[in-house]
Write a protein that binds this ligand. Sequence first.
Ligand code: HEC
Length: 146
Amino acid sequence: MRFLDAPQPSPDSPGGATSIANGRQKFVDVGCALCHTPSFKTGNSAVAALNNKPVNLFSDLLVHDMGDGLADGVSQGEAGPREFRTAPLWGLGQRIFFLHDGRTANLERAIREHASNGSEANGVIANFNNLGEGRKQDILNFLRSL
Ligand code: HEC
């Protein structure tokens, strides 16, 4: 498992290179990257292939309170019933169902479901909702390219 390559994002599909580049920037501007950290670096490793390499996983690997809407009522380890670890977004273009319970195959709905009573993501999702349709589509194209 450790030596499997990371998913390779497409530079221009879907929607073209310009839309994907715009989406990548908007993803940061509206605040998605506050939780979905675009890149980390691996630590020191005796194995050259794993030594100080960039990892573009789009997750902070932290647990967040996602509010009543996503709550599953399950406490696991330190995580309470409304808390989830930020899903890494690499390889998203290959996935069909989204969120911990696979409740939707609609990417825009998966984003909207981040917002509900008590969610840490409410402000960021409000920023997303305020974007024009073109800018929203850029973000969706960027996500699908991963
Ligand atoms: C407060 C932290 C936080 C913010 C801000 C946030 N997310 Fe998330 N995101 C999460 C967590 C936690 C999950 C996992 C939720 C689950 O599994 O039910 C997730 C899941 C997702 C998923 C589903 C991935 C999958 O494979 O199922 C997508 C897509 C996504 N986020 C996109 C976005 C976008 C786009 C934005 C900005 C508009 C954003 N997120 C902002 C924390 C955040």
